[in-house]
Design a protein around this ligand. Structure first.
Ligand SMILES: [Zn+2]
Length: 397
């Protein structure tokens, strides 16, 4: 099995070099936008698109020209990488696999990538046309580095290094299986009784964020104070995203280490968050109430949590199974009695036929685990979600 893993480190600050990073991002953005404009014009006039080789040829001409000669400053391979990315993005867009690529704006997704030519030595990386740069190494790099991306987040610059490593198929050290019920008042409840509480600091930080955003709206746009306030807000966004990610990683690592099989409901997170809007005919009667619930769902990153569990279990030789959601909160795990009356409240489950009583989330987790067994016997379809041996890099906030 090949494990692909991304490592992200923060560069040590150096104002001169940070400016150089910024300029290189600008060159890449320039190439992207210029090539995209050319291709869109061809689509408009129904002329065949230029191939990657055509674009790379144009890039060589641009670099030789007086007008665009500044592009020589950047590493050729990083610029060619932009054209490769654009080529893929265009075809994905045309095949409707994704949206059409857009023009890039300064300060948004500032980054450039080296497909090769970089070297790593301890906590320093050699970047062609830039030189050796030190970063804060928080963990060792495992595997063979495949590419390196420099990107900005808030005020800081980061390097992401993608690696590949061949490992033998792992065998999980535990043979335990557990069901997980995801909830709002408790983030996750395991069928063995483990509870992960929601991270309330998000709410606190978010209130702060709302306050700062109101403050921003009162300031003169593009003034010095406005810019300062804007920066403050960016930092808050980063803090919220980091806190959430840390929490999810801690929980998913712990769970995947202690269990070989994890069963979860196949919640359509996207649908759940869209449903509150309703339609014109049926404008969604509980819009406000649902909006709050949806916010909490997205807040706690259920989708991200599931993604992390899937790949971490796969790495450890375990597996994540998904079962369709179905009456998990109303069925009695002791006698199988099904009644809406079993669910006394958000927290209390009490069976009307046999009197079994427990926390409703724990009952949910037990039922989810039982469901996986049934599903396997009934139709042989376990809805496996494991096998993804990749840690896709996180989107910058
Ligand atoms: Zn019962």
């Amino acid at each position: 099995m090949i494990i692909r893993k991304g490592y992200k480190y923060r560069f040590k600050a150096n104002s001169g070099r940070d400016r150089q990073f910024g300029r290189f991002c600008g060159h890449c953005r320039f190439v992207w936008n210029k090539a995209l404009a050319l291709q869109l014009a061809r689509l408009e006039s129904r002329t065949p698109l230029l191939s990657y080789q055509d674009l790379a040829g144009l890039l060589r001409l641009w670099k030789q020209s007086e007008e665009y000669g500044f592009l020589r400053e950047a590493h050729s391979q990083a610029l060619q990488q932009v054209l490769r990315d654009l080529d893929r993005a265009l075809w994905d867009g045309l095949k409707k696999a994704k949206g059409m690529p857009r023009f890039r704006k300064k300060g948004r997704q500032d980054s450039f990538r080296y497909p090769q030519g970089f070297k790593i030595n301890g906590s320093r990386i050699y970047l062609p046309k830039i030189g050796w740069v030190g970063f804060r190494q928080s963990r060792d790099i495992l595997g063979e580095p495949k590419n390196a991306t420099v990107s900005r987040r808030g005020r800081h610059w980061f390097v992401s290094i993608q690696t590949e490593r061949e490992v033998s198929e792992p065998e999980h050290t535990s043979s335990a299986a557990a069901g997980i019920d995801l909830g709002v008042s408790r983030f996750a409840t395991l069928s063995d009784g483990t509870v992960y509480e929601p991270l309330n600091s998000f709410r606190r930080l978010e209130n702060k964020l709302a306050r700062e955003q109101r403050r921003l709206s009162r300031k003169q746009k593009f003034s010095g104070n406005w810019r300062k306030q804007k920066e403050k807000i960016t930092r808050l966004h980063v803090r919220i995203a980091d806190a959430r990610q840390d929490y999810l990683h801690k929980a998913s690592s712990e769970i995947s280490k202690n269990h070989a099989i994890i069963v979860m409901e196949d919640l359509r997170v996207k649908n759940m968050s869209a449903s509150a809007k309703g339609t014109i005919e049926n404008p969604g009667s509980r819009v406000r109430q649902k909006a709050g619930l949806n916010k909490a769902i997205l807040d706690q990153g259920w989708y991200e949590f599931r993604r992390q569990l899937a790949y971490k279990l796969a790495w450890a030789g375990g597996v994540l199974e998904l079962v369709p959601p179905h009456h998990t909160s109303q069925t009695c795990p002791a006698c199988d009695g099904l009644s809406p009356g079993n669910r006394r409240s958000q927290a209390v489950f009490r069976c009307q036929s046999c009197g079994y009583e427990n926390h409703a989330d724990l009952v949910g987790a037990l039922n989810i685990l039982r469901r996986a067994g049934h599903a396997r016997i009934a139709c042989g379809d376990t809805g496996l979600a494991g096998g993804q041996a990749q840690e896709p890099s996180r989107q910058a906030a």
